[in-house]
Structures are given as structure tokens and as C-alpha cells.
Design a protein around this ligand. Structure first.
Ligand code: UDP
Ligand code: MG
Length: 316
């Protein structure tokens, strides 16, 4: 099979018939063999009834329904597990992404050998309250993730080689960072394509302002887990040891100074009268706690069933 289109959807009943029809037209015009996997993320507006009805008309449609709303990432994850096509395309259900982009995305993966091609909504049809924070979010993500060539990490329209989606796990709200997850999994050819962005035709957006706060926290955890997930002691331990020894040396220095002054019968300062002493104490305590945190984190990661899970590309 050439293409799997994975569509996460939550209360998008009105859009679905148009979305399916449009995808079908594009696929047939280009004579792709395809499947459309509609993942109903616990909708309560009758989306599933629409999916069942559409499935009777188009056998290429597959449906998966969650019993409750788990979020877009969860929906994408089960869609990825089910996908069988050589190229997997993700697309929002709200008709903001255009299926007409699919042939070019497919070509980039197959002929230009990209692992991931991410859409870039260069000209957006969203309110200013969303486009401005999004710019900031993208530039921070570019810096932190080491993928300098992407402008629009969270674009719903993306294409992947099948290996990629089978290797990565999208959870929580990590759908914003799939290119970063792919990069950490070892896929390096990550490209971009300018795509058309259309105004939402039916229904309302499912994400509020919290997307920016959650998004930033997720970026920090991706960065940390990617870099130190398998060796937390190297992060906490090094900072802890540094802080502890610095504190210890300062404390010893201050006490020694006083003892020397006493030995010479000189005028001495009380240890507790020196601000530096308290700084040293704090450094010792913080250092020790950082070290303990690293130790506990190390035990946690040692117990993880994934501690020896690596991504093997080839074997002979
Ligand atoms: N979505 C989902 N589960 C959720 C929230 C959203 O599957 O809990 C789907 C939604 O139906 C749509 C896509 O994720 O297909 C993008 O959502 P939306 O269009 O509301 O986001 P925006 O375009 O405002 O970023
Ligand atoms: Mg949308």
C-alpha cells in the first residue's frame, strides 16, 4: 500500500464527509493505493456514526474509536500503530489542511528520501493571539531541538516514512514535537514543504491558551529525556558534586581562617558573621540533594523496561 492517511478527530462530524471525499479524489487522480484511518478521540457529536456511514461507502476507510477523549497525541499514536502504507500522512480533520498537498509530500519521501516532511503554514488563517505565540514557540523549538530548518513544528499536515512512525511513541501532548522525537530516534532527513492553510470551516478549535504553557514544558522534558533520559546521574550528579565540593571548600576555608587567626592571637571574625558561610552551607545542601536526585533517577531508569531499547536500523 502506498499511503496511509491518519486523521485524529474530536467532534468534527460536519467536516468528515468532505474530508473523505476530497482525499479519495486526490488518491484516485494519482492512482495511489491508500487507506484513511479515522481515529475518533472520544467525540460526543456523532462523529463515529458518520465514520460508520462513510466506511460502508468507501472500503479504504478504517475507523478507531476511543471510549473517551485522550487527546490528539494518543489518537495519532494508535493511528500510527495501525498504519500499513509505505508513507504515512497525518492531517487534521477540520479541513484546514488540504489533501491536494499529498502527492508532493509523497514524492518528497519516496524520491528525495526524506524521513519526515513537515508542512509549513506560511500564510495562516488564524487569529493574531495564536500566530504571534506560535512564532515564538517555533523559534525556541528550533534552537533547543537542533532542527534549524523547520518553521512550523506543530503543523497537522506531515508525511513520514513508515519506519519513523513505528519507531516513535507520541504521548501526552507531544504531537507538537514529532519532528523532534523523530530526530532523537535517529532519523536525520527532516524536510519541510510550504502548504496551504485554510480557515476552519466547521466547528471550533480544540486547544485554548494552555497550549503554549504545556507546549513549553513538554519541550523542556523532551530535551531533557532525549539527552539524559538514559543517564540522569550525569546531569544531576555533575551539578551536585560541583555544588557540594564548592560549598565544602568555602566552609573549610572560612573555618581555617578563623583557626589561624586564633593561633596567631590576631583579631578573628566569627564564622557565622560571614555571609559567604551561609552561601557555602546552601551549596552543600543543594549539592547533596542534586546528587540524591540523580541517584534516585538512575535507579528509576535502571528499572525501566525500556532501558535497553535501541533503534536498530540494519543488520547483516
Ligand atoms: N483533536 C483530537 N483530540 C483532541 C483535540 C483535537 O483528536 O483532544 C483533533 C481535532 O479534531 C483536529 C486536530 O486534532 O482534527 C487539530 O485540532 P484543532 O483544529 O482544534 O487545533 P488548531 O487547528 O486550532 O491548532
Ligand atoms: Mg485546526
Amino acid at each position: 500500500m502506498d499511503i496511509s492517511v491518519v486523521v485524529p478527530l474530536y467532534n468534527e462530524a460536519e467536516s468528515l464527509p468532505e474530508l473523505v471525499e476530497w482525499n479519495r479524489r486526490v488518491m484516485e487522480e494519482n492512482s495511489f493505493s491508500y487507506e484513511i484511518i479515522l481515529v475518533d478521540d472520544g467525540s460526543n457529536d456523532g462523529s463515529w456514526d458518520v465514520i460508520e456511514m462513510l466506511q460502508l461507502q468507501h472500503p479504504a476507510i478504517r475507523g478507531i474509536k476511543f471510549r473517551r477523549n485522550y487527546g490528539k497525541s494518543a489518537a495519532l499514536n494508535v493511528g500510527f500503530e495501525a498504519a500499513q502504507g509505505d508513507v504515512v500522512i497525518t492531517m487534521d480533520a477540520d479541513l484546514q489542511d488540504s489533501p491536494d498537498e499529498i502527492p508532493e509530500l509523497y514524492r518528497k519521501i519516496r524520491e528525495e528520501k526524506y524521513d519526515v516532511v513537515s508542512g509549513w503554514k506560511k500564510k495562516r488563517h488564524d487569529p493574531l493571539s495564536k500566530t504571534v505565540p506560535t512564532r515564538l514557540f517555533n523559534s525556541v523549538t528550533r534552537k533547543m531541538s537542533g532542527i534549524p530548518n523547520l518553521h512550523d513544528f506543530n503543523c497537522g499536515l506531515k508525511a513520514y516514512r513508515r519506519d519513523v512512525v513505528k519507531c516513535i511513541e507520541v504521548y501526552g501532548e507531544m504531537h507538537r514535537y514529532i519532528p523532534v522525537l523523530a530526530k532523537w530516534a535517529g532519523f536525520r532527513r527532516i524536510g519541510e514543504q510550504v502548504v496551504e492553510h485554510r480557515p476552519r470551516k466547521y466547528g471550533i478549535t480544540k486547544f485554548g491558551f494552555s497550549r503554549f504553557i504545556n507546549g513549553f514544558l513538554d519541550l523542556l522534558s523532551i530535551f531533557f529525556v532525549g539527552k539524559f533520559g538514559k543517564r540522569p546521574m550525569h546531569f544531576f550528579g555533575s551539578m551536585g558534586v560541583l555544588s557540594f565540593t564548592a560549598g565544602l571548600f568555602i566552609a573549610i576555608w572560612i573555618i581555617a581562617e578563623k583557626l589561624i587567626d586564633i593561633a596567631h592571637n590576631a583579631k578573628f571574625r566569627n564564622v557565622t558573621e560571614q555571609p559567604l558561610f551561609f552561601i557555602a552551607l546552601v551549596a552543600i545542601i543543594v549539592g547533596f540533594q542534586l546528587f540524591l536526585t540523580g541517584f534516585v533517577a538512575e535507579l528509576v531508569s535502571r528499572n525501566s523496561t525500556e532501558r535497553n531499547l535501541y533503534n536498530i536500523e540494519k543488520k547483516i
